[in-house]
Design a protein around this ligand. Structure first.
Ligand SMILES: Cc1cc2nc3c(=O)[nH]c(=O)nc-3n(C[C@H](O)[C@H](O)[C@H](O)COP(=O)(O)OP(=O)(O)OC[C@H]3O[C@@H](n4cnc5c(N)ncnc54)[C@H](O)[C@@H]3O)c2cc1C
Length: 501
């Protein structure tokens, strides 16, 4: 019997692929995940994600599970000078931020990936094939043919899917096949990344993150979770990379912090932090997500966050196209919306990197004076608007993410709205929309709620509007002051403009 044609084939089962598999599983799309490795990549990379990302995990039904392996960023970040003097504190908090959870979270990437993969087991519509390497990709009319090698049996087979998402990391095969170029945003700096596990409590080690702004050797220290600690140490001109990863050198570098008898080395690797972004995230039925589409230096802890935001943007669009409720051109809005957003975060990470990586003593002194005066506001996460896409309106809050308040009954907003578009509006206004709008809402399964809840009503009042249209990824498609405007915004709902998908 020939293989079925899957709705979606995901290549790569890292954070991007695993999150997408969960989201598509919730929509019931016939999905196959192809991953060449037998196991989760065991070495830690990402250690931080933000509140918006936790919100995506919550949408995927995995917030409680993710909370068991992560901790909220209570303790903040201290910027110290070479003498250890604290110049600036970026405070942490456990308080609920705009996304209905803490604003920052720390975690061990392999544990998070374990939770995401466990989540995928819930869905009969998602097949996962580990030790399956995609060797070639060919678009053929309405389907994509993948040649896949089973690394266990050393045999090749074909997988067919309507859409293929390259979540296959920095060296993406999908990107190569698409012929997509990467634009270089300018930073390529080698750093030693050293992860250690404490053998017992080391009281002198801070709970907070430290940016050790020493122009002789910039360094970052982070309390990850449990007994895991991370040091990121910049390589300086003349450093021999091979010598830098030797245990005696590592212990020497971290000797002001920890001694060999207090911790064991989990790994020490030199990474060159890149800042690049793909030009062309879609070609026909092939699309890119995560590191395959962009890479950022980790100074803001945002690489994986961007990957998760990518797939949150893509999942509902794939569902709308595959189900026939939207035309295939909806997928073109994926890059136009996401690329400027990712760009804003990479630019900021590069700027922050320039500040932290300062090696000129005079420039470092000037920076330290500014830090002491509390000047840099650069460390706050931006909330950029999406680029051109599925929304109507020229100014914020349109195309920004909507907050997730707690409702009067104790539930969080997203739990009530589910996976589809939503309209929140003043009761009088909702009763005045046209029958066509009502019909459109009905055919798209739009959740319509009177904005009687105080938090929602307060938001509408602050924005001086009477209704808001939210997309399934909770970005704001439009705001309306009256029924005519709400009728107009509702036209943003993806329409079928071609008959064959
Ligand atoms: C030192 C360091 C610190 C970082 N810190 C942070 C942080 O604090 N916060 C943050 O958000 N991000 C951070 N990042 C970035 C984050 O780790 C990455 O952005 C994230 O892992 C990207 O996920 P991905 O799923 O796109 O790619 P990957 O995790 O690279 O997964 C790609 C998968 O595709 C598979 N694959 C590739 N080719 C094929 C093929 N042909 N067939 C089948 N399978 C294939 C691979 O085996 C792999 O499993 C950090 C990165 C580094 C290196």
């Amino acid at each position: 019997m020939s293989e079925p044609v899957f709705d979606v084939a995901i290549i790569g089962y890292g954070p991007a692929g695993a999150t997408l598999a969960n989201l598509l599983g919730q929509y019931g799309l016939a999905t196959v995940v192809l991953e060449k490795d037998a196991e989760i990549y065991a070495l830690p990379r990402a250690i931080h994600f933000d509140g918006e990302v936790m919100r995506v995990f919550e949408t995927a039904g995995l917030r409680a599970a993710v909370e068991t392996i992560s901790r909220p960023g209570l303790t903040g970040m201290h910027f110290n000078n070479a003498q250890g003097e604290t110049l600036l504190i970026r405070g942490g908090t456990n308080a609920r931020g705009p996304h209905g959870c803490a604003t920052n979270h720390y975690f061990h990437q392999p544990e998070l990936e374990g939770v995401l993969r466990q989540g995928v087991h819930r869905f009969a519509s998602v097949q996962v094939r580990l030790k399956h390497e995609v060797e070639s990709i060919k678009e053929d009319g309405q389907v994509v043919n993948l040649q896949v090698k089973d690394l266990q049996s050393d045999t090749s087979s074909h997988v067919r899917a309507r859409y293929v998402i390259g979540c296959d990391g920095a060296r993406s095969l999908v990107r190569k096949v698409m012929g997509t170029r990467m634009t270089d945003l300018g930073l390529h700096q080698p750093w030693l990344v050293f992860d250690a596990r404490l053998k017992a409590d080391v009281p002198s080690l801070p709970d907070h993150t430290v940016q050790h702004c020493d122009p002789v050797r910039p360094m970052t220290y982070c309390n990850v979770t449990g007994n895991r600690r991370r040091w990121e140490i910049m390589l300086m001109p003349g450093d021999d990379p091979a010598a830098m990863v030797q245990p005696e050198m590592i212990w020497k570098l971290v000797s002001p912090w920890v001694k060999p008898e207090q911790a064991e080395i989990e790994r020490a690797v030199i990474y060159t932090f890149h800042s690049v972004i793909a030009e062309g995230w879609r070609r026909g039925r092939l699309l890119l997500a995560g590191d395959a589409a962009h890479q950022t230096p980790p100074f803001l802890g945002q690489g994986m966050c961007a990957a998760v935001r990518d797939v949150a943007n893509l999942a509902w669009k794939l569902e709308a196209v595959v189900s026939g409720r939207a035309g295939d051109e909806l997928l073109d809005t994926y890059e136009s919306e996401r690329s400027p957003h990712v760009h804003a975060f990479i630019d900021l990470a590069v700027k922050l990197g320039d500040i932290i990586q300062t090696t000129d003593p005079q420039a470092a002194r000037e920076r330290d004076v500014k830090f002491k005066a509390g000047q840099p506001t650069i460390f706050e996460f931006p909330s950029p608007r999406l680029g051109a896409g599925v929304w109507l309106g020229d100014v914020a809050p349109v195309a920004q993410i909507f907050p997730q308040p707690e409702l009067q009954d104790g539930r969080l907003l997203d739990q009530v709205l589910g996976l589809h578009f939503a309209v929140l509006g003043e009761p009088a206004l909702l009763s005045q929309v046209s029958p066509e709008t009502r019909q459109l809402w009905h055919s798209h399964g739009v959740v319509v709620r009177s904005a009687t809840d105080p938090n929602i009503a307060a938001w509408l009042k602050t924005q001086q509007v009477a209704a808001v249209v939210l997309r399934p990824d909770r970005y704001i498609a439009g705001v309306a002051r009256n029924a005519a405007e709400l009728d107009k915004i509702s036209q943003c709902l993806p329409q079928v403009t071609e008959s064959v998908h």
